[in-house]
Design a protein around this ligand. Structure first.
Ligand code: XMP
Length: 173
């Protein structure tokens, strides 16, 4: 496993993102909607850098891994994001890869009556995007490799690592 982003690098960047978000959402009814499970660590670190009143909500988005899987096979569970109508929503995810997940979620949250919807990701993979979506806030661009740590998993392991690392082996994309 090769460390790509150290704990210190990540925390520095998350602090800067927090300051940027804080400046942009002064006086606005901010709800941060985090996408489970990968963005949990980012959520915990980021909200502690934003000195504004804000709500936190959670969404789960899972895709069926069938032979016929398409973006529309994304199953969204928003039981823990009941109240986005009239709110300025910031959707928070761990990584922007093809962009299908986040763009589908932007549509979903807009349809639920959010006042505005912006997106934030810690990582974006270079050269992988299939759907046009420019995240409003992002931490780092990374090469096209499978990464784990800081919330990101392989087979539900490695999420607890405080850094982001490249996982070698057959699962690498
Ligand atoms: P899309 O392609 O919809 O994918 O932008 C976003 C979701 O795919 C997962 N993903 C990864 N998870 N290491 C991971 O642990 C990776 O390198 C990786 N690339 C994509 C992730 O769940 C993300 O929300």
């Amino acid at each position: 496993m090769k460390i790509l982003l150290s704990e210190a690098q990540i925390l520095d960047r998350v602090r800067a993102l927090g300051r940027q978000i804080e400046a942009d959402y002064q006086g606005k009814p901010l709800t941060i909607v985090a996408v489970l499970t990968g963005s949990l660590i980012l959520l915990a670190d980021l909200i502690r850098q934003i000195q504004l009143p804000l709500r936190v909500a959670l969404l789960q988005a899972s895709s069926y891994k069938g032979a016929t899987t398409t973006a529309s096979d994304l199953v969204i569970n928003d039981a823990f994001a009941p109240d986005v109508a009239g709110r300025d929503v910031l959707l928070l995810d761990d990584i922007l890869d093809t962009g299908h997940t986040l763009s589908t979620l932007v549509r979903h949250v807009s349809e639920r009556g959010a006042l505005s919807v912006r997106t934030a990701v810690l990582l974006r993979k270079i050269g992988r995007q299939e759907v046009h979506l420019e995240p409003d806030y992002w931490g780092f661009e990374i090469p096209d490799a499978f990464v784990v740590g800081y919330g990101l998993d392989y087979d539900d392991d490695y999420r607890h690592l405080p850094y982001v690392a490249v996982l070698d082996g057959p699962h690498a994309s």
